[in-house]
Design a protein around this ligand. Structure first.
Ligand code: FES
Length: 166
């Protein structure tokens, strides 16, 4: 009878040790998993994608420097015809084809500085943050913005368009 009790105690001791070992492993795995999960969620922090515009990224024949944006029109169908436009997020520039002439404006709205929520139609840019509208020269069509968008000089050499940012 006593042997059975010792055996049971011994068995209990082994079970407890196994339990602690296993629970320790589970805890470590849980902590590791939590750390992994945390690092995964940190990775998801939405860093603005500099090329998230409507086609205005590197690899589309667009080169951005601090001084200028160069666009290979041969590689950008968006600008091929009148009414075509691009938001080049990396440079914070809007460029539009108006009857074969190209206008470039800052994409930083003068109302509250939204810089990438633009749409275009009927020769008007609309900032969807609060609805300000601007014509193709950057002049305010209706607010709440009260100041025009800055415009940039544009020159064309064959299929190469250069927007001067200075
Ligand atoms: Fe453009 Fe407010 S930031 S309308």
């Amino acid at each position: 009878m006593k042997k059975t009790a010792e055996f049971k105690q011994g068995k209990l001791a082994v079970d407890r040790r196994q339990f602690l070992e296993k629970s320790g492993m589970v805890s470590c795995m849980a902590l590791f998993g939590l750390g992994f999960f945390t690092s995964c969620t940190e990775e998801e922090d939405p860093m603005p994608d500099p090329d998230a515009g409507n086609g205005g990224g590197a690899g589309n024949g667009i080169q951005v420097t601090q001084q200028a944006v160069q666009i290979d029109l041969d590689r950008n169908e968006a600008l091929a015809s009148s009414g075509g436009w691009l938001l080049i997020t990396q440079a914070r520039v809007l460029v539009v084809n108006v009857n074969g002439q190209f206008n470039a404006l800052t994409s930083v709205c003068t109302h509250s500085q939204c810089d990438r929520n633009w749409s275009y139609g009927n020769e008007v840019f609309t900032c969807s943050c609060h609805g300000s509208r601007f014509d193709t020269n950057g002049q305010v069509v209706n607010g709440p913005a009260s100041s025009p968008l800055r415009s940039y000089g544009v020159s064309r050499d064959g299929d190469n368009l250069t927007i001067s940012l200075s």
